[in-house]
Design a binder for this molecule. Structure first.
Ligand code: ARG
Length: 457
């Protein structure tokens, strides 16, 4: 069939050209947004008297039928018609005839594609938020289940200070909370209706942009037609949000891989989310966590790819911008897939509380508590730090831990030590004493969980 823009051409496109520039094999995903956008546009054209009511109704009916047929798999798109926008229009013309040729009045594919992608991003932002919330609920549930379980907290992957497992789990809750807030913020800037910008300069027809915005549920219309068709910031922003979510998931995944190792043994993945080895019969591999960690990389690649695509483009639309879609779709699929399976993995993982407890022994993790003890007895913190450092060195030399020291040993380092120093070296006491807002004390973690539940609503 002749191209919708074939008027000024005297030769047909090379078929190689069709394959090369056609985007229908990936942008067909936007069919629903494209048709909803057209429905709003055509209603407005009729309301403004740019087409007649009858023409408007005929086009609307045709669009609804087309939507139904696409949804039930009765429609085949063609690379010949280049992209989803022209496929919809071509199909409509073949179904309802010449009246459909009026649909594209006062519109360009440039503002049309900007509209479709904004609608798509808004929809996906909300789906990603829902998945984040589901993951957060699971974290809260697991944290509540394990209140009172202690494990080493780490810095430099060296045992640092004892903490509550629930505190560790809840750390990820807050990362995901910021991710949600970032997405909500991104939605605010995406919520701008570009139609009416036409190709780049606006349109000569007396259209009603506010009406189209209202019909489609947008809060405002774009201020500058050039900017509206050239802007892909909202996609960059969404891909950044997704990348940050993937950083969080990947760090969590990395901890799960480490914790599942025989050396740590802090967690055992459920069979349903583990895999075996084709050669080593004993293996149980944490593939979910590893794949999530691996897939983070491709979402960063997608973001970078779009940034680089956009950085040298003059205003306004350039065909390079068609490259935004595969990057966008891939990141959306990746983050949704990862969140869905990661939530299942966290929901079903077994926390090996005995192993965590055992890891508290012998690592001098309450050394800071001993220094704080000396401060309570009147020493300056730096002096206390120095003394406790010497005690640790002494213990290391003799192959013992802080709890093995007798009172005489303590007192040989400082006369400020008394029998109650034994309380300071106790891991449970150490946790309980970190009773600052945001700290790991039981009551503070419970406070966090209450707040988290309120946020989840
Ligand atoms: N398929 C195009 C894209 O994704 C639609 C816009 C085409 N506009 C144009 N002037 N060729 O960017």
């Amino acid at each position: 069939m002749a191209k919708l823009w074939s008027g000024r051409f005297s030769k047909e496109q090379d078929t190689l050209m069709d394959d090369f520039h056609s985007s229908i094999h990936f942008d067909s995903r936007l069919y629903a947004e494209d048709i909803r956008g057209s429905l709003a546009h055509v209603r407005m054209l009729a309301a403004c008297g740019i087409i007649t009511e009858e023409e408007g109704e005929a086009i609307e009916d045709g669009l609804w039928e087309l939507l139904e047929d696409i949804e039930s798999g009765r429609v085949e798109f063609s690379a010949d018609a280049e992209d989803i926008h022209m496929n919809v229009e071509t199909l409509l013309i073949s179904r309802i005839g010449d009246v459909a040729r009026k649909l594209h009045t006062a519109r360009s594919r440039n503002d049309q594609v900007a509209l479709d992608v904004r609608m798509y991003v808004l929809k996906e932002i909300h789906e990603v938020i829902d998945l984040l919330k589901k993951t957060q609920s699971t974290l809260v549930r697991r944290a509540e289940q394990h209140m009172g379980v202690l494990l080493p907290g780490y810095t430099h992957l060296q045992r640092a200070q004892p903490i509550l497992l629930s505190h560790h789990i809840m750390a990820y809750f807050w990362m995901f909370q910021r991710d949600i807030e970032r997405l909500e913020d991104c939605a605010e800037r995406t919520d701008v209706m570009p139609l009416g910008s036409a190709a780049l300069a606006g349109t000569t027809y007396p259209i009603d942009r506010e009406m189209v915005a209202r019909e489609l549920g947008f809060s405002r219309v774009s201020e500058n037609s050039l900017d509206a068709v050239a802007d892909r910031d909202f996609i960059m922003e969404f891909l950044s949000c997704i990348s940050i979510i993937m950083v969080h998931l990947s760090r969590f995944a990395e901890e799960m891989v480490i914790w599942a190792s025989s050396e740590f043994g802090f967690v055992t993945m459920d069979d349903r989310y583990s895999t075996g080895s084709s050669i080593m019969p004993q293996k149980r591999n944490p593939d979910v966590a590893e794949l999530v960690r691996g897939k983070a990389g491709r979402t960063f690649g997608n973001l970078l790819s779009l940034l680089v695509t956009m950085k040298g483009l003059p205003l306004s639309y350039n065909k390079d911008m068609q490259e935004d879609k595969e990057r966008l779709f891939d990141s959306v699929d990746t983050v949704k897939g990862c969140l869905t399976i990661f939530e299942r993995m966290i929901d079903t993982v077994t926390f090996n509380v005995e192993r965590m407890r055992a890891a508290l022994e012998g690592g001098f993790m309450t050394a800071t508590d001993v220094a704080d003890y000396l401060v309570r007895k009147g020493l300056a913190f730096r002096t206390a730090h120095e003394i406790v450092g010497k005690i640790v060195l002494f213990c290391e030399k003799h192959g013992i831990s802080l709890c093995d020291l007798r009172l005489e040993d303590w007192r040989s380092f400082s006369s400020a030590f008394e029998a109650d120093v034994m309380d300071a070296v106790d891991a449970d006491a150490s946790v309980a004493s970190r009773d600052v807002y945001g700290g790991t004390a039981h009551s503070r973690v419970a406070e966090q969980i209450r707040l988290a539940k309120r946020l989840l609503g």
